[in-house]
Design a protein around this ligand. Structure first.
Ligand SMILES: NC(=O)c1ccc[n+]([C@@H]2O[C@H](COP(=O)([O-])OP(=O)(O)OC[C@H]3O[C@@H](n4cnc5c(N)ncnc54)[C@H](O)[C@@H]3O)[C@@H](O)[C@H]2O)c1
Length: 453
């Protein structure tokens, strides 16, 4: 079933790249608004698609707010028709993680380039299929690793590139999610490993990508441990509740629960999810303590790289503050970086408050002599200002030369996600996993082989 736009896309000015977006939830708005406002001079949104008819219509109507032409709308099952009838140059994929590959592959086979949200995909077979179609079609698949563009993280790259701490032999990297943002993964589709790959894929893909990019190295092997001990029915009882419930909307103990989420009270959550439940029965406010959650909340991994460096990594989803610490131990000294992030809930209007200098520390400690702090690079906007910079790099026809090489392709997408996939395998087997055993193509890719024809 297709919903035609009220104004023919043929009347739009020539010369702009034609975009389609599939997956019209919270994250897609960043791309829709960028195409229809900031980059309207060089981009046009010709079609949108979603499995939920209500969110599809909502996205089409968002065009009115953006003073843009209303794009054609398609249900997910009609994606082939979307491609054939609307002939996008680029498809932006913002569906849940386990379905990214379907749209990436169909779009590339139809001759489109792709911009996909992270993670590229969630298992080795899907990685293989994406790599194959990239090679066969020669189309470009960009992975939206916005974390690279956050100014303090770019600054870390700058310091490492300067050689001031020498060659990096080991890295300690610890990421903390607080009980607002962290808990939110346990309410939504992310709480099912078959949809998100678990946090070692869904969330850690950002972190493993940062390490790959910061070090300019390829991961070789991973050993991991993980468990779920905070978001459990027992934990609900420890907090004085009778146990887990189905969802917040109908919960009999909502007034006693610190994790209660009122979808109706937040206009964006209401219009995106509560008002659209009638189409697909998807509940955005499932109980974080329910037994059927099958992702971990406590994860550790040891990763080896082809440069000889090793990474000691942790991710915990129930911390008292949100942010990370990372330290690079080099042959000439140590680079330490800490960043405290503001509370953040996906889909809620309260944008993260801008970072200020007190939240960010970057310190160089030479092997000999006194350590010193660097004035951090900071910027305003979501994800530490990273989203805005990434959008310019994606949508400008000729983005400025980037000495940090922040644009990430499918190879970078695989290089990151393969670590999380290997970590998941390690959780199952208890053994160290060689990434080339998961994905034999990885050996060549890791050596820098091109995946495009
Ligand atoms: N880079 C970042 O910082 C960042 C932040 C948030 C989300 N994301 C990524 O963006 C993607 C979307 O996340 P979100 O928070 O917007 O989720 P969401 O649940 O808000 O939206 C997902 C949308 O996809 C639709 N959908 C579900 N299955 C589909 C299918 N098979 N075909 C077509 N449409 C389908 C849903 O109806 C919904 O509209 C995810 O891959 C997520 O990892 C990235």
């Amino acid at each position: 079933m297709a919903f035609s736009s009220s104004i023919s896309s043929g009347k739009l000015a020539a010369g702009r790249r034609r975009y389609a977006i599939v997956g019209l939830g919270s994250r897609h708005e960043l791309y829709q608004d960028a195409i229809q406002t900031t980059y309207a001079h060089c981009a046009e949104l010709v079609a949108v698609g979603d499995s939920n008819q209500g969110r599809m219509e909502r996205s089409r109507q968002r065009s009115v707010r953006n003073r843009a032409v209303i794009p054609a709308g398609y249900l997910a099952a009609d994606f082939g028709r979307l491609l054939a009838e609307c002939r996008p140059d680029v498809v932006v994929v913002t569906t849940p993680d386990a379905s990214h590959h379907e749209y990436i592959i169909a779009a590339m086979n139809a001759g489109c380039d792709v911009v996909t949200e992270k993670p590229l995909t969630i298992d080795a077979d899907k990685c293989r299929r994406i790599l194959e179609v990239s090679q066969l079609t020669g189309r470009r698949c960009r992975v939206a690793f916005n974390y690279r563009y956050s100014p303090p993280r770019t600054q870390v790259k700058e310091v490492l590139m300067s050689g001031v701490v020498g060659d990096i032999l080991s890295v300690d990297f610890h990421w903390l999610l607080n009980t607002h943002h962290g808990a939110d993964y346990f309410r939504r589709w992310h709480s099912r490993k078959e949809v998100s790959g678990g946090l070692l894929v869904h969330k850690s893909t950002h972190h493993f990508d940062l390490i790959n990019w910061w070090l300019g190295a390829a991961p070789v092997a991973v050993m991991a441990s993980g468990k779920r001990e905070f978001y459990t029915p027992e934990s609900a009882q420890r907090q004085g509740l009778t146990g887990a419930h189905k969802r917040c909307l109908t919960c009999s103990e909502k007034s006693q629960c610190d994790f209660y989420l009122d979808l109706a009270a937040k206009p964006k959550l209401k219009s995106l999810y509560l008002d659209q439940e009638k189409y697909d029965d998807y509940h955005r406010d499932q109980c974080v303590f329910r037994a059927e959650v099958d992702i971990e909340d406590t994860m550790n991994a040891l990763v080896s790289y082809d440069s000889g460096a090793t990474l000691s990594y942790s991710l915990n989803a129930f911390n008292a503050w949100e942010g990370y610490t990372v330290a690079f131990n080099g042959t000439k000294g140590r680079l330490e970086h800490t960043l405290v992030e503001s509370v953040y809930l996906n889909g809620v209007e309260t944008a993260a408050s801008p970072l200020n200098g007190d939240d960010v520390k970057i310190r160089v400690v030479p092997l000999r002599g006194a350590g010193y702090d660097l004035a951090p690079w900071i910027a305003e906007g979501d994800h530490g200002g990273g989203d805005r910079l990434m959008l310019a790099d994606i949508f400008l026809p000729e983005p400025p030369f980037d000495k940090y090489q922040r644009a990430a392709d499918a190879r970078a997408g695989v290089s990151s996600v393969i670590v999380g996939i290997g970590a998941n395998r390690s959780l199952q087997t208890g053994a160290r996993v060689l990434l080339a055993d998961l994905l034999p193509e990885w050996v060549q890719l890791a050596r820098g082989a091109s995946i495009e024809a």
